[in-house]
Design a binder for this molecule. Structure first.
Ligand SMILES: [Mg+2]
Length: 174
């Protein structure tokens, strides 16, 4: 069975939406994802004129109730018949996220065994056949096949096979 490595933030969970909402709340702005079509998301939100979102991301609770991506539960469920599925998430940068991510995954994806949840720091240690991730830094060190999950912060990135949603992944991997 091929090993499928699936990222959590901005692949299973709509973390960017939560980040953008946190940003809007503390800066009294009203940006939506589409605004960043021609901008570099993190560069924009990290400008000195804006209040930093980092304390909100570091605080307890941020990762506890992230919205789940459309169709992710059903497609992940079905892919288990064909792949050895692992959820791999870089979590140690935000220590409070570790427990919250575990419970979030167990809640939405109860059919995935806890042994297949990998909460780590640096994904370059990960081996597998296919990796779905939204960050180039994770895909470029991966030795298998890469799928870039479309996200507000990677719209400018070229050179990877891009998937836009879970229905597209289902068609591609089934
Ligand atoms: Mg991610």
């Amino acid at each position: 069975m091929k090993r499928l490595i699936v990222d959590m933030d901005d692949v299973l969970a709509d973390t960017s939406q939560a980040i953008l909402e946190a940003f809007n709340t503390i800066n009294h702005t009203n940006y939506n994802k589409e605004y960043f079509r021609n901008k570099v998301f993190y560069e924009f939100i990290n400008q000195a004129q804006f209040e930093s979102i980092r304390p909100m991301i570091e605080a307890k609770g941020f990762f506890a109730d992230l919205p789940v991506m459309a169709d992710a539960v059903q497609v992940m469920h079905d892919l288990q018949a064909k792949y050895d599925v692992f959820v791999v998430s870089a979590a140690t940068e935000f220590p409070n996220s570790l427990e919250e991510k575990y419970h979030w995954l167990a809640n939405y994806f109860p059919f995935i065994h806890w042994k297949n949840f990998v909460l780590c720091g640096d994904k370059s240690i990960i081996k597998g056949d296919i990796m779905i991730d939204d960050h180039e830094k994770n895909l470029k060190t991966f030795e298998g096949e890469s799928l870039l999950f479309d996200a507000v912060h990677n719209w400018h990135l070229e050179g990877y096979q891009r998937v836009h949603n879970w229905k597209e992944i289902e068609l591609l991997l089934n």
